[in-house]
Design a protein around this ligand. Structure first.
Ligand code: PBG
Length: 326
């Protein structure tokens, strides 16, 4: 046998680390944190083992737990005390996220990113203002342009509370530009926007919707989130956000969309983020609970795969667990 090219030569324990193409670090990871204005104590999220909704006055302690694992960045989600058709608690100065951001930025050195969307705050659960007759006719769309102003107000109120970065996730056309101009107009020129640029209408968000209580009361999100069948469209969506001033480009979910992560990496020079979403977390836990998968190994392999596809940063519910093993 005359085999001159033998890749196995580079697979010994000694040389593997030297030729490894991808690595994971705690500094690549962002941990989602749920802050709940209705909770007096921590409430476990059943479909996301190990995660809880925490009361506002526990947010600092929660973020310090994250930081103790080496993860310095958190993404805050809020569950408001009340909901209405316009999601007004999303942009209230004393809203749940605004209060949590004030406390966390005052008392910790964490890098605080906020999710900017209305679905947790509207009583109909959609990511924007809904036309009056939408309940009878759920195929009617969320009113795109009327939603822009509310998203801008939400982002600006987060920045005013001290958020380090804002992350609009509503898939409203023009959201990045609207948010960028209102941040700039209010003097928050240094606050970056991480856009959920290619966010798909995915069934993998199920556990999150339990956690954040943000499932649509009628209809679905197909008319504003992307069709899972589309790949080229993700580049078009992302380009629009780049043109509007997005600083970081996110693809969501991660594992079923690694082709999209790879495309966005190749097309743009911006940092690329991927969101390893709630369903991706829950399915590994469910299989591990049955003894069918090794949780630690599959979690780490998932994150490595997401980085290998081209993501620079990863939002993941595994952030703390994986960081602790690095
Ligand atoms: C809000 C939002 C959602 C997620 C993040 N931000 C839910 C949705 O779009 O329905 C999902 C995150 C996850 O599943 O982990 N729009």
């Amino acid at each position: 046998m005359d085999l001159t090219d033998r890749p196995r030569r580079l697979r010994t324990d000694g040389v593997r680390p030297l030729v490894s193409e991808t690595s994971l670090a705690a500094s690549d990871l962002i941990a989602p944190v749920f802050v709940d204005a209705t909770a007096d104590e921590r409430v476990p999220i059943e479909s996301m083992p190990g995660h809880e909704r925490v009361p506002v006055d526990d947010a600092v302690a929660r973020v310090e737990e994250v930081r103790s694992t080496g993860v310095e960045a958190v993404m805050l989600f809020g569950i408001p005390e009340s909901k209405d058709p316009e999601g007004s608690r999303a942009y209230a100065d004393d809203g749940v996220v605004q209060r949590a951001v004030r406390a966390v930025t005052a008392e910790t050195d964490a890098y605080v990113i906020t999710d900017v969307c209305l679905c947790e705050y509207t009583d109909h659960g959609h990511c924007g203002v809904v036309e009056a007759s939408a309940e009878e006719n759920p195929t009617l769309t969320v009113e795109n342009d009327a939603t822009l102003d509310l998203l801008s107000r939400t982002a600006t109120s987060h920045a005013a509370a001290g958020a380090d970065m804002v992350a609009p996730s509503s898939m409203t056309d023009g959201m990045v530009g609207a948010i960028r101009s209102s941040l700039d107009a209010d003097g928050y020129t240094e606050v970056p926007v991480m856009s959920y640029a290619a966010k798909y209408e995915s069934a993998f968000y199920g556990p999150f919707r339990d956690a954040a209580d943000g499932a649509p009361a009628f209809g679905d999100r197909r008319h504003y989130q992307m069709d899972p069948a589309n790949r080229r469209e993700a580049v078009r969506e992302t380009r629009l956000d780049v043109e509007q001033g997005a600083d970081v480009l996110m693809v969501k979910p991660a594992l079923p969309y690694l082709d999209v992560v790879s495309d966005v990496r190749r097309e743009f020079d911006h940092p690329v983020a991927a969101y390893n979403v709630s369903g991706e977390y829950a399915m590994l836990h469910a299989a591990a609970e049955r003894g069918w998968l090794d949780l630690e190994a599959t979690a780490r392999e998932s994150l490595l795969g997401i980085k290998r596809a081209g993501a620079d940063l990863i939002l993941t519910y595994f952030a703390e667990d994986v960081a602790e093993t690095l």
